[in-house]
Write a new protein. Structure first.
Length: 76
C-alpha cells in the first residue's frame, strides 16, 4: 500500500484523543487501523478548535507518516 492510498483510507476514520489537541499544541490521537490501534500526532482541522482528552474525533486529513488533522466527531 503506498502513502496516497493509506491517506485516503485514513480520512473519515474515528479516533480518540489521548493528548489534548488545540491551537499551539501538538496533540495525540489513537486510531484503529490495519487490524490494530496506532497513535498519531494530531492537530485541529479548525485552527481555533481545542479538543480534550477522551473526545471521539474524525480524521480529516493525514500527512504521512504519523500526523493527522482531526475534528470532534459529535460537535464538541
Amino acid at each position: 500500500m503506498d502513502d496516497a492510498s493509506m491517506e485516503t483510507s485514513m480520512v473519515g476514520l474515528p479516533g480518540r484523543v489521548t493528548g489534548t489537541v488545540g491551537p499551539g499544541l501538538v496533540g495525540e490521537v489513537i486510531v484503529r487501523i490495519r487490524g490494530g490501534a496506532e497513535h498519531f500526532l494530531a492537530h485541529p482541522a479548525s485552527p481555533k478548535e481545542r479538543i480534550e482528552i477522551g473526545t471521539v474525533v474524525t480524521v480529516m486529513e493525514h500527512l504521512p507518516p504519523r500526523t493527522v488533522y482531526v475534528t470532534a466527531a459529535y460537535g464538541g
